[in-house]
Design a protein around this ligand. Structure first.
Ligand code: G6P
Length: 581
């Protein structure tokens, strides 16, 4: 949520480089953007714009240092005034997160002089106040960070002081280094074209960067820290669209290989996680959005494979049940980004109570990965489209493997998943995409779409609705197949499109009930049925039909968005990585 990026180096086009880096982080927020460049006389020149940064071809003044921000609005409307960077006195600053106690620092006098409605401007003000009191720049940043409550990552430039200060608590910040320069970003893709050598800034740490010199220290005590260079395995091509029109369809096609990569863990690593599940007295699976629907599918995997009842709660609702977390509780966090605030907060409080934590994330350096006792990376490659696709199926594959390992049947679990991975590889081809396109054309004008499924296909019906709504803005709703007749069937009219996930006898009976009332039935199943008006064939996948079935729906959502002239990668009002509650 909000992308921040800075460069301190030797090349004189720092502004353009920050622009290019921020474009690669745009999935984190795209309401407005802004970039500041340190110019010749050591002052700072700032440009701010409302709208998406991807369309910008702005020219910046020359300078070797620059910082910038792509915003997802939290405090204050989407206006140029509220766009970052914010400035106070000699301080220019960008911020990802929420300064929870910012109002404590606003007197009526200060209020009169504020230029924006943001919490961020108050951070700049705080730092500038410390500078005016004679604090050294690093101390002014440290003392301000110490006063801030909430999660944050900040990048700071101060007039007359070369270099960039960065500090974080909760929100991510990663440094990329070459022999002459340093990049600081909320996420690795921003600088992947420049370097794969990184340093991670941990929670409660700050750094002063000048060219390729870095001074790390603790925010709380000022104690110096030494960091190790790490080479990240990500490849540049993985975070580019390549021949695809959008990241969303590229990432859907990445599922040709990502399902197999997700389960490429040794039996020993999987057993470490299983041991936690087996040595505790109950588990909560914590996730948000699509990842939460994935966990609901896992509820069926664990019940059917291992006879284990797991608790699945959307993380934002978990505070109601936190009283049940104790030393003998397993918390299983499932998150693509590994930064989702609602998940992270429960984990932090759970850890303090002694609960054991298993994390499944796609970002190995993420906060959720780092807090876990056992982390199982998804290895799906960067996912940049806001709508989660390949991460979702990778999560389901890994959770299914865990469930079978829990039942002592990991080898069979692996075989089933690898067979599915091979079938998905065959399924994803241009001809199949065209079939989905034809169906999308037939239903694109419908105001409502209903989706039904039974067993683990029920959470997939819910996930299908999320996918379709979030990218195509068509109202879609998922139901347990047997529940339609308990109310929602009243909405069915002549021609209402209904996606029927699965082809078992009972679901087909429910489909028939809808068809008899005029519904247009689109079946997504391994076998054709005469009830279907349209049919999308999916591979047979015993126990993991959910993984096979969601893929054509992802394509359908994508096609609906494109047919409506929308940008499926950056749907309105959304952001990829939700680091605020
Ligand atoms: C946002 C994204 C969703 C995602 C959810 C959870 O809402 O738009 O696609 O499912 O966050 O994100 P996570 O990174 O924790 O999986």
């Amino acid at each position: 949520m909000c992308g921040i990026f800075a460069v301190s180096g030797t090349q004189r086009n720092a502004g353009e480089r920050v622009l290019e880096g921020l474009k690669k982080l745009e999935y984190r927020g795209y309401d407005s953007w802004g970039i500041a460049v340190r110019i010749e006389n050591n002052t700072v020149n700032t440009i701010k714009k409302v709208g998406k940064i991807s369309t910008s071809t702005e020219i910046f003044p020359e300078g070797t240092e620059s910082l910038g921000h792509s915003r997802w609005a939290t405090h204050g409307k989407v206006t140029q005034e509220n766009a970052h960077p914010h400035r106070s006195g000699k301080v220019t600053l960008v911020h990802n997160g929420i300064f929870e106690n910012y109002t404590d620092f606003i007197t009526p006098e200060i209020q009169k002089n504020l230029l924006s409605e943001t919490d961020t401007e108050v951070i700049a003000l705080l730092i500038d106040t410390f500078l005016k009191k004679g604090e050294l720049p690093e101390e002014a940043v440290r003392k301000s960070a110490q006063k801030m409550k909430g999660r944050f990552a900040i990048l700071v430039m101060i007039d007359d002081i070369p270099g960039i200060f960065a500090a974080r608590r909760g929100s991510p910040l990663i440094l990329g280094r070459t022999e002459t320069e340093t990049f600081i970003a909320s996420d690795i893709p921003a600088f992947l074209s420049e370097t794969r050598i990184v340093n991670y800034l941990d929670d409660g740490e700050m750094v002063y960067v000048k060219g390729n010199t870095l001074q790390f220290s603790k925010i709380s005590t000022g104690e110096s820290l030494i960091k190790r260079d790490i080479e990240v395995p990500w490849k540049m091509e993985e975070s580019e669209k390549g021949k695809f029109a959008h990241f969303m369809i590229k990432e859907i096609f990445d599922q040709k290989s990502s399902i197999a990569s997700a389960i490429n863990h040794s039996d020993e690593d999987i057993q470490k996680a299983v041991k936690i599940l087996q040595s505790t007295n109950g588990s909560y699976f914590l996730a948000c959005g699509t990842a939460n629907k994935v966990c609901s599918a896992a509820e069926y995997f664990f019940a059917n494979q291992a006879g284990r009842k797991i608790n699945v709660v959307p993380s934002s609702e978990m505070p109601n049940f936190e009283k049940f977390i104790h030393q003998k509780t397993a918390l299983v966090a499932v998150s693509q980004s590994g930064e989702t605030a609602d998940v992270l907060e429960i984990l932090e409080r759970g850890k303090a109570k002694g609960a054991r934590i298993i994390a499944i994330t796609n970002v190995e350096s993420s906060s959720i990965a780092r807090i876990a006792d056992v982390h199982l990376p998804l290895r799906a490659g960067p996912e940049k489209a806001v709508a989660s696709t390949k991460a979702a199926t990778a999560q389901m594959a890994l959770l299914y493997l865990l469930a079978t390992a829990d039942a002592g049947k990991i080898t069979e679990g692996r075989q089933t998943l690898l067979a599915l991975a091979a079938n998905v590889n065959d399924l994803l081809n241009p001809r199949y995409e065209e079939k989905v396109q034809i169906i999308a054309e037939k239903i694109v004008k419908a105001p409502n779409l209903f989706i039904i499924g039974r067993n683990a296909l029920y959470p997939m019906a819910l996930e299908s609705a999320i996918k379709i709504m979030e990218v195509s803005y068509v109202h879609a709703q998922g139901f347990a197949a047997g529940e339609m007749k308990h109310g929602p069937i009243a909405l069915i009219e002549e021609g209402s499109p209904c996606l029927v996930l699965g082809g078992d006898e009972e679901t087909l009976m429910n489909a028939m009930e809808l068809k008899s009332r005029g519904a247009r039935i689109i079946g997504v199943s391994p076998k054709r049925s005469e009830i279907f008006d349209e049919w999308l064939k999916v591979p047979e996948a015993n126990g993991i039909q959910s993984i096979a079935t969601i893929i054509p729906v992802q394509i359908l959502a994508y096609k609906l968005a494109v047919l409506k002239g929308l940008d499926p990668d950056m749907p309105r009002n959304l952001a990829k990585s939700v680091t605020v509650k």
